[in-house]
Design a protein around this ligand. Structure first.
Ligand SMILES: Nc1ncnc2c1ncn2[C@@H]1O[C@H](COP(=O)(O)OP(=O)(O)OP(=O)(O)O)[C@@H](O)[C@H]1O
Length: 862
């Protein structure tokens, strides 16, 4: 009796907790569960950020921080891999043994998150030949986050696991292919990377490397496509930054003989080589030369390349005064000699502009400032064309014959979203590229989520997410957009006026909410609301940069060069056609837009895999995690968006099997133990058990907003089978838990849904508050015996695995619940219209089964 009254008082207490007077049940439950679910001590144990409960930027950040402090640098975020930069070498993290471990694992996904999982998954996809067979590994992140490192790891992985050497054809082939592919890295990095404030080895270009695989998925070649080399760095290095590595490598690594050949005395300093006293790991001339040799760049070609580079350095030391005689003939002569062009002609080209007036040419001396602009322009065009030639050479060296490869794995290493104090055309292009990639990413992520839900038989309601289409329309749309107006401005036969251009932008684009203007700003600018944040772009000089004009006299001069390579580079068709078309016809943005469109087409035709590299601190300090820095990057690379998408779906996952088995056991146990309770009390206790279990075990997929848990039909079936062995002891301590109204419901072709509903369901006339509904239209309230009987019926059905036909709307379900409650004592309601059961192969049997079951049920419970 005493025990009885204790239990009753507990139940009362529970009921009060469940129904607080002012708040709705869902509100209180939301808060309670949220508080309960944030188990900070455990956050770092999550391998997938979308599994963190609840999934919010704050918990995600804590999870990453916890993992980082335990030297765990990789974490999944749904279909994305987050890679935190350790800024220190981690022994054995990328060793050959680790590669093999991931490669030979039956289920690499079950291993600790690692870049090799991404690599292996892509590789297996190619092996599986499932469309789209070709793969793209998109590596993004801000400068210094670890993109280049990651891309190198991926390339090494494939050069190891997809190595021809394992199936040795000929030692030569082995030497040639994998080594050449890997050797393309140091060469491209020497010419395309530089030491910046943010990263000692910063890639100043974007690249997409396609690793070509033959029919046996062996690496037989590669190609590389580069994007937007920051060529201005040749002639203008931001404060405290350096020029491209190759120049410093030459200075440091050259022999006396080479120095003599390059007219580079030990005591000479170069204007275009600031901070040359700073030594960095990347100053390794001999490695670059070795890699060049492996790629097939012979000594003669190397000589030509280095002479051109030395010529550029000498050009940088040429300065101009107002009088022609005061130019520095010494440096100009050296530059001319190294570039193998006549010194006088070089001087004239830099100092005098040729203006076309009809068929006549008029010579016009340039101002001092113009001379410097022409000098810089010459250096930039030479360097950019040399870089392009190098990329083409590498491609010719490592690209396999079309007949030998059939699939590829592409690695995209692109600059991350950028926002500096002053942003210009370069940032506009980079951020535009990031918008494009973000759009692709979100579409892919949503699709992947949706497919996963459908394959699990979960009801999918569309998730609202930040669509960046209007920002893309603003930038690239037709007929009017920032790019179209900028191109128009660049094509005008006059110097652009920043203020007028700003007025034009405002007039034409005021309808787009993604663009704004700070009325009080003194500098003409426009601000774009990118998905990753607002960026203000300076208009001054933008149109000129977009024209990227190269005076035709300079090109003609270089075409006359006796340096074979220089001559060849400027003789090619593209340069010539550019000259014929005249400056400003092919603008920077139109070229960039075209190459990006080609890239996007490739990405759309491949299976993408995303890796987001995160820089945990701006100082590049080992193992230092700064939350403020990380959250900004998570936002900028779209991870927060991914988390929101995930949270709007079914973000909380737990194996449902044990959950359901346990729940049902509890219900049954409760019923048996508390037979003398009112039904409502029993129901409450049962629900308490469910709630307790739910909270303690973090159920598999739980949409907090909708208060719905769902699981799959497959798992549900296996659950049913396991019911017989239920261990009832597990339910011992359930009464201690408070009791929100949770109602376990079986629905949708056997998928399991646990719904939080406003009141506990105490089905009138039935001893147990357990409602079983096999949606979409069959709704039954059952006793435990009846429940088990139904389970066996459903389990025996072997329903077809067709998906998507049986979905039901939430309100339908609610109505059905209501109808259960409305039933008079002892009756049962069984709707069968559009029942999934009727779609089953064994339809006639099924009908009788259902009827039989119905009868048994009534018999037992009444
Ligand atoms: N997984 C890693 N383990 C150890 N060190 C790393 C790792 N990833 C990156 N680093 C360190 O961080 C530095 C910066 O990385 P990386 O050059 O790959 O950045 P990035 O994202 O390519 O930058 P940028 O956009 O400027 O080219 C590397 O030089 C290396 O020292």
């Amino acid at each position: 009796m005493f025990l009885m009254s204790r239990v009753l008082s507990q139940v009362k207490g529970l009921i009060q907790k469940v129904h607080p007077p002012q708040r709705s049940l869902n509100d209180s439950l939301e808060g309670e569960i949220q508080a309960f679910l944030i188990d900070e001590d455990q956050l770092h144990t999550y391998d997938d950020l979308t599994k963190v409960n609840p999934v919010t930027p704050a918990t995600v950040l804590k999870c990453l921080q916890g993992r980082y402090s335990m030297k765990v640098f990789y974490t999944h975020a749904g279909c994305t891999l987050v890679a935190l930069n350790p800024f220190q070498s981690i022994p054995d993290l990328y060793s050959l043994d680790v590669m093999k471990e991931y490669h030979y694992a039956r289920q690499p996904q079950e291993f600790k998150p690692h870049i090799f999982i991404v690599a292996e998954e892509a590789y297996r996809n190619v092996r599986g030949q499932l469309e789209p067979v070709n793969q793209s590994l998109v590596v993004s992140g801000e400068s210094g986050a670890g993109k280049t490192w990651t891309s190198r790891c991926l390339m090494k992985y494939y050069a190891t696991v997809a190595s021809v050497s394992s199936v040795v054809k000929s030692q030569d082939t082995v030497e040639r292919i994998e080594r050449r592919v890997l050797d393309s890295n140091p060469v491209m990095e020497a010419f395309g990377n530089a030491c910046t404030l943010r990263n000692n080895n910063s890639s100043r270009f974007g690249k997409y490397i396609q690793l070509q695989l033959d029919r046996c998925q062996l690496l037989v070649g590669a190609t590389v496509q580069t994007y937007l080399l920051e060529k201005t760095r040749v002639a203008c290095q931001p404060a405290n930054e350096r020029n491209f590595h190759i120049f410093y490598q030459m200075m440091r690594g050259a022999t006396d003989e080479q120095r003599k050949e390059w007219k580079m005395s030990h005591d000479q300093s170069f204007v275009w080589l600031p901070n040359s006293e700073k030594t960095i790991e990347e100053d390794c001339f001999h490695e670059t030369v070795k890699a060049m040799v492996h790629l097939g760049i012979n000594a003669e070609r190397q000589g030509e390349i280095f002479r051109i580079l030395a010529g550029i350095l000498q050009l940088g030391n040429v300065s101009f005064s107002s009088s022609a005689d005061e130019s520095q003939p010494c440096h100009l002569d050296r530059a001319a000699e190294l570039l193998c062009v006549p010194a006088e002609e070089l001087q004239t080209c830099l100092r005098v502009r040729t203006l076309k007036a009809g068929k006549q040419s008029v010579l016009k001396p340039c101002s001092q400032a113009d001379c410097s602009v022409r000098r810089d322009c010459l250096a930039k065009v030479i360097y950019a064309q040399l870089f392009e030639w190098l990329v083409t050479f590498i491609n010719n060296s490592v690209c396999a014959d079309k007949s030998t490869w059939c699939n590829f794995i592409g690695i995209l290493d692109v600059y991350g979203f950028e926002c500096f104090q002053t942003n210009n055309l370069e940032q506009l292009c980079i951020n535009y590229a990031n918008e494009k990639l973000q759009q692709h990413f979100v579409a892919h992520y949503l699709r992947a989520q949706q497919e996963e839900y459908v394959s699990e038989g979960l009801q999918w309601s569309f998730v609202k997410y930040q669509d960046n289409q209007s920002c893309l329309d603003l930038l690239e749309g037709s007929p009017i957009s920032v790019f179209s107006l900028l191109n128009e401005e660049s094509r005008l036969n006059r110097a652009s006026d920043a203020k007028t251009f700003r007025v034009r932008l405002e007039k034409e684009l005021c309808d787009n909410a993604n663009i704004s203007w700070d009325k009080f700003s003194k500098v003409p600018h426009f601000t774009v609301a990118h998905y990753a944040g607002k960026v203000g772009y300076q208009i001054e000089g933008m149109a000129e940069k977009n024209k990227d004009p190269v005076p035709p006299e300079l090109i003609s001069l270089l075409q006359k060069s006796n340096n074979q390579l220089l001559h060849q580079i400027f003789k090619d068709n593209e340069t010539e056609s550019q000259i014929k078309k005249g400056p400003g016809k092919t603008t920077v943005v139109s070229k960039f837009k075209n190459s990006l469109e080609t890239l996007m087409k490739i990405l759309h035709s491949t299976t993408p895999h995303y890796t987001r590299c995160i820089k945990p601190n701006p100082e590049c300090k080992p193992l230092t995690f700064k939350k403020e820095e990380v959250i900004i990057q998570l936002e900028a690379c779209g991870i927060v968006e991914t988390i929101h998408i995930s949270a709007a779906g079914f973000p909380i996952r737990k194996k449902i099997l044990s959950h359901c088995a346990f729940t049902i056991q509890c219900c049954w146990l409760r019923y048996q133990r508390r037979r003398r309770h009112t039904h409502r009390q029993s129901a409450t206790l049962i629900q308490a058990a469910v709630r307790s279990w739910l909270v303690r075990n973090r159920v598999r997929r739980w949409n907090r907003a909708a208060g719905v848990i769902q699981s799959t039909w497959r798992k549900w079936r296996s659950l049913l089978k396991s019911l017989a062995e239920a261990e009832l002891d597990d339910a011992k301590d359930l009464v201690e838990e408070d009791a929100p109204a949770l109602n376990p419901v079986v629905r949708e072709r056997g998928s399991v849904q646990l719904s939080i509903i406003p009141e506990p369901v105490a089905v009138r006339g039935w001893p147990m508050g357990l409602a079983l509904a096999s949606a979409p239209s069959m709704t039954v309230s059952l006793t435990a015996t009846g429940f088990q009987k139904m389970i066996s019926v459903i389990a025996s059905l072997n329903l077809p695995s067709r998906r998507g036909e049986y979905q039901v709307k939430t309100n339908q379900y609610t109505e059905e619940l209501a109808s259960i409650r409305a039933q008079p004592k002892g009756s049962i309601k069984l709707h069968c219209q559009r029942s999934p059961l009727l779609y089953a192969d064994r339809q006639p049997d099924l009908k009788s089964d259902v009827t039989g079951f119905n009868e048994i049920l009534l018999e037992k419970t009444l």
